[in-house]
Structure formats: structure tokens, C-alpha cells
Design a protein. Sequence first.
Length: 481
Amino acid sequence: MIPLMRLLLAFLISSFALAQVPAETDRLVEGWLRDWEVPGMALGVVQKGKVVHLKGYGLRDVEGKLPVTAGSQFAYGSITKSLTVLLLHGLAAEGKMDWDGPVRDQLPGFKLIDPVASERATPRDLVSHRTGMPRHDGLWAVPQPPTREEILARMRYLPASADFRTTYQYNNLMFMTAGMLGARAAGEPWEKAVRTRVLEPLGLAGVAATYAEVKQKSELAVPYVVKEHVFEKVGVTPGLDVISPAGSSFGTIAELTSYLMAHMQAGKVEGRQQLPARFFEAMQRPHTPMPQTAGYSPFFAEQAYGMGLFVGQYRGKKMIYHTGTISGYHAMMWWMPEEDLGVTVLLNRVERALPHVACLTLADRMLGLGNLDWTAVYKKNVAPPATAEKRVLATRPGHALSDYVGRYAHRGYGVLNVTEGAGGLLLDYAGQKSELKHWHFDTFGEGAMKASFVTERGGEVGSVRMKMEAAVDAIEFHRVK
């Protein structure tokens, strides 16, 4: 019997005999779904080496009124990063990769805009978010994304926002790069290497490494957003599989809970050491200090990033976790090693507070730490809405609309196409299309798709600036003549 089937059988046999999970868990979860407006949730709880709760709640498909079960498939998102780190640990142990050798010597074509980072960045830097590079997710999260190889070639033109090894900055592109390095060292694609070297040894052969693998499965949960209290379906970002090593795995709550147990037991599965304990121990050590944000949540203070995992504290005890957010899905894998307590959460709507609420509430009740209403705490301390950008009224464009039409290029981000339609200007960036309604002066559009055109000294429109990445200045796309 495969390990996952044994996990499910053990749960079914013991679910009525174990009393550690609060009796009101079902009531709590139903309340969370209502209070946070989430259609479906799957929940797993591990205590003292045993699965003590494994259940689905709500709907995986609102229109079809199909329930979430322990076998429903959800995106794990960035929990995938820890799979990539385990792959690299195995390759390093075989002498096929060097954690502390320069990436440029191990992955031809690797180069960043900062020459120091280009020369000195190691695989360890890539997976602990300290290269000085911000996210730049706008490069891949588009309908027509570049290939991994194209992204690697373009990264040298993407602006940095911090000095090398000085600042924690979460970065999916660096994990994609780590996956490419692993694929080169393994001599096979990341998708195959992570399956044979990580998933299968841990008894997780049913986990899909990519969206392409999972999208045909019958119990795939439908991802949603909520608008005015109504659930609306959303599509999965087309670029997800391009950055697979950073966040494309899918699976069930049973599989995620089994993976959590492998971390809690340092590579053991059903008592057998499947991967070396030192891999897991290295991942759980702090590598990059994170900004100490004053706040109400233990997830916002006294944290560091390890290798593919966050490391923090809750009530004076170590806690380790990682979240995963992608295209209407949200996941969490969380545990307190000193208490031998862990929680897994899968949602089919992105609601970042709910997994926090679930983990902290269950920990409080199971460890006898009180009955604090974490939903009320998070609701009370919700972040204020972003300040609206100022708009100057009663202005006109400096040119006829036809003068803005053209192709504009940036060596990192690629090409913007601006055309003129019946209703005004239209923008197309890698298949992501939007109307550019006049905002003020020579700025058109709204929100993330706001474009500001620049007039050259000779009077012609020469470039357009767009805020593609929040941590750096607007990216300037120059007109292709």
C-alpha cells in the first residue's frame, strides 16, 4: 500500500478515537468560510506524528454545487519552492551542484543588472531571496509569457531595488532560475527531476508538478474571486508553468498533509528515512532576516526566510511555514516543531488572512493557549485601502491619438503595442489587452495599466513609461522606429 493510501486509511480508522482536535472545528471552519467569503476549504491537522483531522468544507465548484473533499485538487502555489530546494539539496549531495559556488559558473547565461550580484550570487542566494532583485512578476504573469530561456536572457535588463545580500525581497524569477540550474545539473527537465528525486521518494507520486498535469483531473477545485459578495470564476495565469519551480504544483489536502509530515519528521515517511534529515534542517534555519513589521499578527514580526520556508515564532516557540497564492487559489503549510503540531489549508479563493486564522486558532485550542478570536483580530486590523493616485482634471492630450500609436520596446520586458480603436487607444502587452482611456495630460489608462507617454525634444512621442514593478521606477519602453 502506498504511503498516501496508508495515511488516508489511518485517518479513517482513528478519526473518531482521537480527541486532540477541538470538537467545534467543523463549526469554526463553516464560520470562517462565511466570514471571509471563501467558497471551499480543505483542512489537515497533524499532532504527535499522526493525522488527526483531514476534511473538506464548502464547495469546490459553486455552479455545480460540488463539495470539497479530501481528494479535491488545489494549487499549492509557492509551497512548490520547497520542492525545488529539496531537489537542489539532492543534486548538491551528489556533487552535481554547489550551493555556494557562483550561479554563473553552473548555469550559462545567468546575469543580473548588478555586476556584483552577477559575479557572486550563489544558488543559496537564489532560494533565500537576497539577490537585490524585486519580483518583476509582470514579466511572466501574462497571457503570452516568454519561455524560461527568454526570461533568463532578459533578467540582466531588469532593474534591481536593493544591494546584493542586504535585503529580503521575495522573488519568483530567482526560484525559476534555481529550477533551471537544477534541471541542468540533473540532465533532465525540472518537472521530471522533481518527480523522480523528491515527490516519488516522499510517497507523493499523485502530486502534479504543473498545471498542465492537473487541469484534466476530475476533482480540480474551481478558482474564484469575490465581487460584491458574488463568486466569479477566474482563469489560471498562463505563465504559471513557465515559472514551475517557483509555484506550479497541485494536489490534495491529503498529499499536502503527507508532505507536511515529511518536513516535521525530517525526511522520514512511515518511519523510513526517504531523504536525508540534513536537507530539511538546512531549509529550516534562518538565512535572510525579514523586515520587522510592527503589527498584530505573529506572521508579521520576528521572521526570517530559510531555504524555501519562512521561519518565525508564535508565543515564544518556533514556527515554520509557507503560503502559496496563484490565480484564485491559496494554500498554507504550517507547523510548530517543538509542539509537534502542524496544519495545512487549501482554499479556492485568495484570502490571505484565513489560513493564518485557522493555524493560530487551532494551535491555541489544541495547546491550551486560550480562545482568542483571531478572525476578529484580523478583521479589526485590516490594511487600509491604497491611496488613489491624484488626477488633474480638465486636461487634454498633447498630441492627436494617432501620434501615440506604435511599438515600444524594453530589453527586459519586451514589446508594448499601442493601437487606435473606435473608442480610443488600445494597449497590448504579451496578450494582456486594455483600453487606454485618457487620464490626464499624456497619461492614459487606469491602475496597473496606466501608461505615460514621453515627448522628445523634436516634438514626437518617443517612449512610454509603465509601472511594471512596484519596487522600482516606471519601466520606459522606447519607440521602435
